[in-house]
Design a protein around this ligand. Structure first.
Ligand SMILES: Nc1ncnc2c1ncn2[C@@H]1O[C@H](COP(=O)(O)OP(=O)(O)O)[C@@H](O)[C@H]1O
Ligand SMILES: [Mg+2]
Length: 247
């Protein structure tokens, strides 16, 4: 569903990602682990097309999308849930979902209240709100909901574009352990044909959702495999102990 071949990016003399080759099957949930500065976010920027790669290629559902821009990749089903806040604070949860759905389904008009009234848009909003457990908050303005609910909404906005693949960059950062667990349960309940690529800093949380794990260190894939194998890996322990000591 999503594949990279020898993807690389340098900033000046620094190789931030180097020869990254990963392959996700349809419906696979893959977690990317790695210490701060490993190149995880840079890899995401390359995948969505915000950052041009120096070398290598990106394939989405069998199509080479390396030369396509962000919008063209999004149209082909690649969506990103942003770590940075990209929600409309003054609008309600429902309106935020509705706008994403309206744009994705080509129902957006100059009058956004008209866009939101479209049956197809309303249908998506309801389905997504149920999927990401936002039904109780539909009419709340984003500025009035908790940080955790915002994170759920960010996933909801991504889902409302009806993607095949969603990339999430540390979706539980800044959320307490209790809410993180709930968030991961929510991810596990998403439709199984949806492919997820998730950057997660917390190893234990990663094991909650991962079918497979990729570990980046200094921009290179140093582990790619099943969670059980990652858990026992002394290399991983070393990398993580190193990053904790430096934290
Ligand atoms: N636009 C940029 N210009 C220069 N250096 C960058 C840029 N973006 C990221 N970097 C550097 O690339 C390295 C990896 O960053 P990043 O991908 O954000 O890592 P991670 O998400 O794994 O913490 C860091 O050393 C960072 O300073
Ligand atoms: Mg990052």
């Amino acid at each position: 569903m999503l594949e990279t071949r020898n993807l690389s990016k340098s900033f000046g003399a620094i190789h931030v990602t180097k020869d990254v080759s990963i392959k996700l099957e349809r419906g696979e949930r893959r977690v990317i682990l790695g210490p701060n500065g490993a190149g995880k976010t840079t890899l995401f920027n390359q995948l969505v097309g915000e950052l041009a790669s120096d070398a290598g290629s990106i394939h989405l559902a069998g199509e080479d999308v390396t030369g396509l821009n962000v919008a063209a990749r999004a149209k082909r089903g690649l969506s990103r849930s942003y770590q940075k806040n990209t929600l409309f604070d003054g609008l309600t949860v429902e309106e935020n979902l509705g706008l994403a759905a309206a744009v994705a389904t080509g129902h957006s008009t100059n009058m956004w209240s008209d866009s939101l009234a479209k049956p197809e848009v309303r249908e998506i909003v309801r389905a997504v709100a149920e999927q990401v457990r936002l039904m109780p908050y539909l009419h709340a303005r984003v500025m009035d909901v908790s940080y955790g609910v915002r994170r759920q909404l960010e996933v909801g906005v991504a889902l409302a574009t009806q993607p095949m693949v969603i990339l999430m960059d540390e979706p539980t950062s800044g959320v307490g352990p209790e809410m993180s667990k709930g968030f991961h349960d929510l991810l596990n309940d998403l439709p199984r044909d949806l492919t997820l690529l998730i950057i997660e800093h917390d190893m234990d949380l990663a094991f909650d959702v991962a079918d497979t794990i990729t570990v980046l260190n200094y921009g290179e894939v140093v582990f790619d495999g099943l969670p059980e194998a990652a858990r026992g890996s002394s290399l991983l322990k070393e990398i993580y102990l190193g990053s904790w000591e430096n934290a």
